[in-house]
Design a protein around this ligand. Structure first.
Ligand code: MRU
Length: 354
């Protein structure tokens, strides 16, 4: 992989014997790597947001299948069953990001091919590990391409708003929505980024502001309810966000609050871009109505950071994601280029060309 100015923290590292995983719950205060040794460790890390962001969840889960099957002994069929069981368990960790299921399907399919091959058990285990490593390194290359395509949409001096964290921390490297900011830095293009803090668990404040500031990108943190104000001031020329799943018709699921930002962008005549790898596009889900939306615990809202901020026992609704209907989406930026409406036709064509 070519060397670049990007020096961000890596969220998932295969150590050779286990997974070193950056605990993203502790950022920006503490940089702590957890040592994960089992599929259950990975399940818990995904479930409790120690690793989060659609591509990073997929990468971690791929290694989870390796960890969950590596102790199998005897017949290769027992190893295959262990891999399948680990994948089935990991698939229950979170429901919305399709990259999780994409990575698990890819790992299971590879294990099936290996189980039917002439390779012995040790060789098959090693080849399955190589598949997880490939998923991770392909994500890095993919994100760089996404960044290159996205950067063609921005000019020097522009203000760009983003929501949640679709950066290096959420992926193997660079991020999706944040990739163009890192590439702009390399090329001396100056962009002003506005990061929504992203209630309730503050991925924008804790992660996006952190990684962009570390890299030297001009970033300004705002509360979610300030997006309309900064748009009305004329400070925002474009919005770019990541996504957890794009439906076949171009509806986009992303972190809760994204839909509001898209509506505000339309009201202010500001383009609303979505950046993602092909592995986030799910042609099997016809529209946003069929995307499963995760609901998380009320405590994220009532006492998210250790201090109670609402009366005990109050009713809470806490969906982790929302769906932005395709009519609000100006373009979807993938490693294969910039896709514009009609999304139902153009997303399908993207896969037909592969
Ligand atoms: O709950 P999270 O932190 O996993 O939500 C993450 C997002 O919504 C990201 O925007 C999305 O996964 C894209 S990451 C490149």
């Amino acid at each position: 992989m070519e060397s670049t100015a990007y020096q961000g923290l890596q969220s998932v590292i295969w150590s050779g014997s286990h997974l070193d995983l950056l605990d993203q719950r502790l950022l920006p205060e503490e940089i702590v790597y957890l040592s994960l040794v089992s599929a259950q460790d990975v399940w818990e890390a995904i479930r409790h947001l120690k690793v989060r962001g659609a591509p990073a969840i997929g990468i971690a889960a791929a290694y989870g299948v390796v960890l969950g099957s590596r102790d199998a002994a005897g017949e290769k069929s027992a190893w295959l069953q262990a891999a399948r069981d680990a994948a089935a368990h990991l698939a229950t960790s979170r429901p919305t990001a399709v990259n999780l299921f994409w990575a698990l399907d890819r790992m299971t399919a590879r294990a099936e091919t290996l189980a039917a091959s002439d390779l012995d058990l040790a060789g098959s285990k090693e080849a399955l590990l190589q598949e997880a490593i490939a998923i991770q390194s392909e994500d890095e290359a993919t994100n760089r391409l996404i960044g290159e395509h996205a950067l063609t949409l921005f000019q020097d001096g522009m203000g760009v708003l983003t929501h949640c964290n679709a950066g290096g921390l959420a992926t193997a490297k660079y991020g999706t929505a944040l990739a163009p900011f890192y590439l702009a830095l390399e090329q001396g293009i100056s962009l002003r980024v506005f990061a929504d803090e992203t209630r309730p668990v503050l991925q924008g404040a804790r992660l996006t502001a952190f990684e962009l500031q570390q890299a030297g990108v001009d970033v300004t943190l705002i509360c979610d309810n300030m997006a309309g104000m900064v748009m009305s001031k004329g400070w925002i020329d474009a919005v770019i966000v990541g996504t957890d799943r794009v439906a076949a018709n171009g509806d986009v699921a992303n972190k809760i609050g994204t839909y509001s930002v898209a509506v505000l962008a339309k009201a202010h005549n500001i383009p609303f871009y979505v950046a993602c790898p092909l592995s986030t596009i799910d042609l099997n889900t016809p529209s946003g109505a069929e995307i499963p939306i995760e609901e998380r615990s009320p405590e994220e809202i009532t006492e998210g950071f250790g201090k109670r901020t609402a009366p005990a026992g109050v009713k809470v609704y806490n969906p982790a994601f929302d769906v932005t209907p395709n009519e609000y989406v100006t373009a979807i930026i993938t490693e294969k280029g910039i896709i514009r409406p009609p999304f139902d036709v153009n997303l399908k064509a993207l896969f037909a060309d592969l």
